[in-house]
Ligand binder design. Structure first.
Ligand SMILES: *Cc1c(COP(=O)(O)O)cnc(C)c1O
Length: 372
């Protein structure tokens, strides 16, 4: 699905020498590399504060802790996403409220959010799924009306631009009150281990978050709030510093590959290609995800296996049907889109090193099988 080796080969010298420099410096934790990366990412995103942490799941959890959400508060999020999103809501004893998504964008449906709001609702967590921003204009409007926090799960969307209807263009993850991202190796900006970050434009919240990631300490050995230990280490930071200047180029390479896939699949009766809502640069193609509409998705997956073509089914089970997150409050009739998507979606290899021959082989194999 990804070609981390091919990407590494392009930046090998810089990566190797900077990792060696970190080892020589022995500043493994909270070293200057982490601080420099933080500043560089703030500049890239045009956001006031980046708080690095250990992974994208922690980033979400810490964001929710920083906002002071309390047990019993309801948090609305998408039924069709990676489990990390709902997991941290449940871990903090908040009440997850899963809602359906839109069939075209795969992202949380603003109308479904509206219907799920109760007096206990405190926050909305849109996920920019597969690399395309959720409808932030509508979500921010709802949040404002009902006085709710918006926590963007930007683990799949880093580097994308969101075009607001008022004409503003901002980086994905800088519109809500706070956002989280992941630097897991296969993400669009990935390190060589685990890593994550929280972004916000709110000075007070940033201060609170910086303490929470470090055991609730604002002054050494004074623990003002309950915190966690969640750090980005210097070796990961130095890898990210080497890759950040290439992020736009990486995302362009993904978009080019996506365009080639989409061109090859156009006019295919049983294949629906990803739908870009608005401008091209809103999508950074963390995944390139097709819908196979003639019931052959599972057979296609098997056929791709047989032909050694990597693929993924993201996601095969709706969160509301997962053992850990089942709840009597949920009604199947509220999730028509997710219940359909889980049967139709399949993601093809997507990375920065895909060449024309690979794309040609993959698309021909898919088309031949789906029409058989
Ligand atoms: C990857 C991912 C996460 C979690 O990130 P980790 O760094 O693996 O903890 C959270 N949400 C979404 C949508 C993701 O894709």
């Amino acid at each position: 699905m990804v070609d981390l080796k091919g990407q590494y080969e392009q930046i090998k010298e810089r990566i190797n020498s900077s990792i060696l420099d970190v080892i020589e410096s022995t500043a493994f934790i909270n070293g200057p590399e982490v601080h420099s990366f933080q500043k560089e990412l703030e500049e890239y995103l045009d956001v006031k504060h980046v708080i690095p942490c250990a992974n994208g799941t922690d980033a979400l959890q810490i964001a929710m802790m920083g906002l002071g959400l309390r047990p019993g508060d309801e948090v609305i999020t998408a039924d069709f996403t990676f489990a990390a999103t709902v997991e941290v809501i449940a871990l903090l004893q908040l009440t997850p409220v899963l809602v359906d998504v839109e069939p075209d964008s795969f992202n949380i449906d603003p109308e479904a959010i509206r219907k799920a709001i109760t007096p206990k609702t405190k926050a909305i967590v849109p996920v920019h799924l597969f690399g395309q921003s959720a409808n932030m204009d509508a979500i921010m409007e709802i949040a404002k009306e009902h006085n709710l926090y918006v926590i963007e799960d930007n683990a799949q969307g880093i580097g994308g631009n969101y075009h607001s209807k008022n004409g503003n263009i901002s980086k994905s993850g800088t519109i809500g009150h706070v956002a989280s991202t992941s630097f897991f190796p296969s993400k669009n900006l990935g390190c060589y281990g685990d890593g994550g970050a929280i972004f916000t434009n709110d000075d007070d919240l940033a201060h609170t978050l910086r303490g929470i990631v470090n055991h609730g300490m604002y002054i050494r050995y004074h623990h003002d709030v309950i915190g966690v230990n969640s750090r980005l280490d210097s070796i990961q930071a130095t890898v990210l510093r080497a890759k950040l200047p290439n992020l736009d180029h990486y995302n362009t390479a993904r978009r080019d590959a996506a365009k080639k896939y989409t061109d090859a699949f156009k006019d295919q009766e049983h294949i629906i290609t990803p739908n870009i809502i608005g401008s091209d640069d809103t999508h950074v193609y963390h995944q390139y995800t097709l819908k196979i509409t003639n019931g052959k998705r599972d057979a296609l997956a098997q056929h791709l296996n047989d032909n050694d073509i990597p693929h993924g089914i993201y996601y095969p089970i709706p969160l509301h049907s997962q053992k850990a997150y089942k709840d009597d409050r949920y009604n199947e009739a509220d999730f028509p889109v997710t219940n359909q998507l889980i049967k139709e979606v399949i993601s093809l290899p997507m990375h920065t090193e895909l060449d024309n021959d690979q794309i040609d082989f993959i698309t021909k194999t898919v088309i031949r099988f789906v029409n058989k």
